[in-house]
Ligand binder design. Sequence first.
Ligand code: ADP
Ligand code: MG
Length: 355
Amino acid sequence: MDFIQLYSDGFIRRRKPRWMVAMFAAAILGSSCSGGPMDRTELVLGTVCSIRILDGGSTKALDAAFARLREIEATMSANATGTVVAAVNAAAGRSPVSAPADVRHVTAKALGYAAVSRGAFDPTIGPIVKLWNIGLDGERIPSRAEITAALPLVDFRQVRIDDAAGTIFLPRAGMLLDLGAIAKGYAADEVGRILLEKRVKAAVIDLGGNVKVVGRKPDGAKWRIGIQNPFDERGAHIGVATLGGGATVVTSGVYERFFIGVDGTRYHHILDTRSGYPVRNGLVSVTVISSSSVDADGLSTTLFALGLKDGMALAESLGHVEAVFIDEAKKVYMSSGAAAVFALTDAAFTAAPLP
Ligand code: ADP
Ligand code: MG
C-alpha cells in the first residue's frame, strides 16, 4: 500500500504511506480555499487512494472525487455487504437484481475482456477467489475437492445483463460476480472526469497503484510515471513512462496481494480460471499504458492471465494500448509502441525481443 509523491524534479515516485502525516497534511490543505496544490489520501476500494492536485485544486473537487470513490465501493465491492454486486450474488440462481448503469457498464466491460481472452479473464471467478481469500482474513490453500466443486460455477457466458430492465442475473446458484480486477480502473476514470468538471487543471490520481494523470502539469512538461520494480519495495521503479494528460498506467503483479503457504509457495491473487490456482506462467507483472483506466485495469489482469505470448499478441492487436511484461528472470518485454513512451532505467533488468 502506498501513495504517489510528486517530487520537485517533476518525477512521480510511490511511497509507503505515512498515515498520520498524510492525513494531517490533507486536513490542513483541505481547509484552504481553491486554486493551489492540495492532496488527500483515504482508504477506499480496499486500498490506499490518493489524489494530488497540482493546479486548480479545491476542497469541493476533492470532496466530490472521494464521494464518488465511496459510491463505487458501495455498489461494486464483492467483499462488503450491502453492495449491488453482493445483492446480485445473493440472488444467483433465483432472480435478476436491479443494478445501476455504472455497475452494468463495468460488468459489461469485464465480460468483454472475458470474451477476448476466452475466459482467462473471468469476472465470475468469485467462487474461487472466495476459497483462497488472498489478502483477506482467512486466506488459505483450499483443498483440490473444493476447487473442483467451485470451478463449474466460473462461466462468464452465463451472465445476463438486461439494460432495458436495468438488471444483472447470475443463472446458477453459487455463482459470484467479482469486479475486483477492473473496478479501480473505472474509479480512476470517474475521478479524472469529476476533477476536470470541477475545473482542476492538473492532478495525479493513485488508487492503490492504479495511476491516472489529469490535465497539464503547471510547467507544461509531460508527466513521468515510474513502473514498479516487482522484486523491490514500493517506490522502486524499473523505468519511466513519459506521458501526456489523461494517460493511465496500471500494473497487475504477483507482488500486489499474496501469502506464503505452509508449503513455502507464494500464492498470489491472479487466478487461473481453468485450474483454480494462482496463475504460474513465469510472469511477475504486466503494466498497461493507455488513456482509459477501466480498459488498462481489465487488460493488465487479462494479459497477465494470458501469459507472455498470447497476452502480447492481444496487446499488439489493440490500438492506443502499450504493454510492458516482466518475467521471473528480470527480462522486460515491450509492445512495439512502448519504447516510444517507456524508458528502462534499472540495469538489473534487460529488454528482451518480442516473443
Ligand atoms: P489489483 O487489485 O492489485 O489491482 P488486479 O487488477 O490484477 O489487481 O485484480 C486482481 C483481482 O481480480 C483479484 O483480487 C480477484 O478479485 C480478481 N481476479 C483474480 N483472478 C482473476 C481472473 N482470472 N479474471 C478476473 N478477475 C480475477
Ligand atoms: Mg486489473
